[in-house]
Each structure stands twice: as structure tokens, then as C-alpha cells.
Design a protein around this ligand. Structure first.
Ligand code: ATP
Ligand code: MG
Length: 203
């Protein structure tokens, strides 16, 4: 399978265009890195590819087909700040099981501890919360993961643990990953190919 963004052009307002004719292909069996300047539009592209923004021109397709947005969206975006995507009034067990119920095996792969499940989001660290937001995104209907600076706020050991777990799962299940990061060393280790945002944005 291929997730394709083709000739994506977008502006939040008339004053400034953010994306011009951006095209990229993400195959299911690849991890593609995306690196570029702060404020250049990477997260905007991620949101478009994951269906969060719809008023763009161009096409986002899977194997040539438009992605239906009524059913489960097969392109899942994981953000830098997991706490922003969780209901603070939900215990972690409810947060985790909102989309699907991960197996014990997968919970173990991500180092999820049982005693975290009875806590509120505010009672966990950023790294602990990020494990939940990744697991939540791995619903079996997910075909592609857009990882937008998912490990930026984590220490080196946690960063390695989380990426190893995510890569293991995605390689085994044929899920493609677009990995956005400011860290070229991380992308060198994790990715099959690296794209430079300035090369794909024709502004
Ligand atoms: N909702 C919005 N309304 C208006 N402008 C926005 C909105 N979201 C982002 N922008 C602007 O669009 C530009 C691109 O932002 P974006 O978040 O895509 O950059 P980025 O490449 O992800 O940056 P970073 O590396 O810092 O995360 C920025 O100038 C930002 O201020
Ligand atoms: Mg960003």
C-alpha cells in the first residue's frame, strides 16, 4: 500500500501560503523521515495527511483512492504533546481503550505498567503518556502512522524504547511511518529514507 500526498497547496489565511505543490509517498513497508525548519509547515502537512484539515488543494490517497472520513481513519497522527490529546477527566484505562483494546503483549512491548491505568493523565510523565498515545493509535485498522516529533521531549533511553517498540509493531504489521523530527541522528537510525522539507515544498 502507498499513502500519497500529491500537489498539496495550503494557506491558513490569505496573508501567507504555507504549502505549495508538496508531494510525497509513504509505502507501508517504509519509515520515511521528514526534517525541516521550525514553522515551515511540517505539522500542517501531517494534519492534512491525517485528515485533520480538509480545505487544501491537491490529493491525499491510499493506492489511488480518496480516504473515506466517515469510518475509522486509517492514517493516525501522533503528536508531540500527548497530554493535549487526552481528556483530563478520563482515567488512563478509559483513554487507552477509547479506540481499541491493545493486547497484553503489546502493552508489555511499550512498557506500560498496570498501575498507570488507574491514574489521571496529570499523574503521569510525558514519556509514560506518550506510550499511551502511541498504543491508542495502533488500532488494527491503522495503515499509516504520522509521528510528528513524538519523542522530542523524552530522554535518550525512553526515546529508544518507544521507537524500538513502534518500529517492531509497524514492521510486523506492514504499517508505514512518516517520522517528523528536528533530530537528524534519530532519523538516520530509525528511517529507510529521509526527506528535506525545503526540497518538497515548492514555495
Ligand atoms: N491554526 C493556524 N492558524 C494560522 N496559522 C497557523 C496555524 N497553525 C500553524 N500556523 C502557522 O503555520 C506555519 C507552519 O506551522 P507548522 O506547525 O506546520 O510548522 P512546523 O514545520 O511543524 O514547525 P515546528 O518544526 O516548529 O513544529 C507557522 O508559521 C505557524 O505559525
Ligand atoms: Mg511541527
Amino acid at each position: 500500500m502507498n499513502l500519497k500526498a500529491e500537489n498539496i497547496t495550503f494557506a491558513y489565511n490569505k496573508k501567507r501560503q504555507i504549502l505549495k505543490d508538496v508531494s510525497l509517498t509513504l509505502p507501508s513497508d517504509k519509515i520515511i523521515g521528514l526534517i525541516g525548519d521550525s514553522g515551515s509547515g511540517k505539522s500542517t502537512l501531517c494534519k492534512i495527511m491525517a485528515g485533520f484539515i480538509s480545505h487544501y488543494s491537491g490529493n491525499v490517497t491510499i493506492d489511488g483512492n480518496k480516504i473515506p472520513d466517515k469510518d475509522y481513519y486509517p492514517v493516525q497522527l501522533i503528536f508531540q504533546h500527548p497530554e493535549k490529546t487526552m481528556n483530563p477527566k478520563w482515567k488512563m484505562e478509559k483513554v487507552l481503550n477509547e479506540s481499541w483494546t491493545p493486547t497484553q503483549d503489546l502493552k508489555d512491548t511499550f512498557g506500560l505498567k498496570d498501575n498507570w491505568l488507574t491514574r489521571w493523565p496529570s499523574e503521569l510523565s510525558g514519556g509514560e503518556l506518550q506510550r499511551f498515545s502511541i498504543l491508542r493509535a495502533l488500532n488494527p485498522k491503522t495503515k499509516f502512522i504520522i509521528a510528528d516529533e513524538i519523542s522530542t521531549m523524552l530522554d535518550a533511553v525512553t526515546q529508544v524504547q518507544i521507537w524500538e517498540a513502534l518500529i517492531k509493531h509497524c514492521r510486523a504489521n506492514n504499517i508505514g511511518i512518516l517520522a517528523v523530527s528536528h533530530d537528524p541522528e534519530l532519523l538516520e537510525v530509525v528511517c529507510d529514507d529521509i526527506l528535506y522539507f525545503k526540497d518538497i515544498n515548492k514555495l
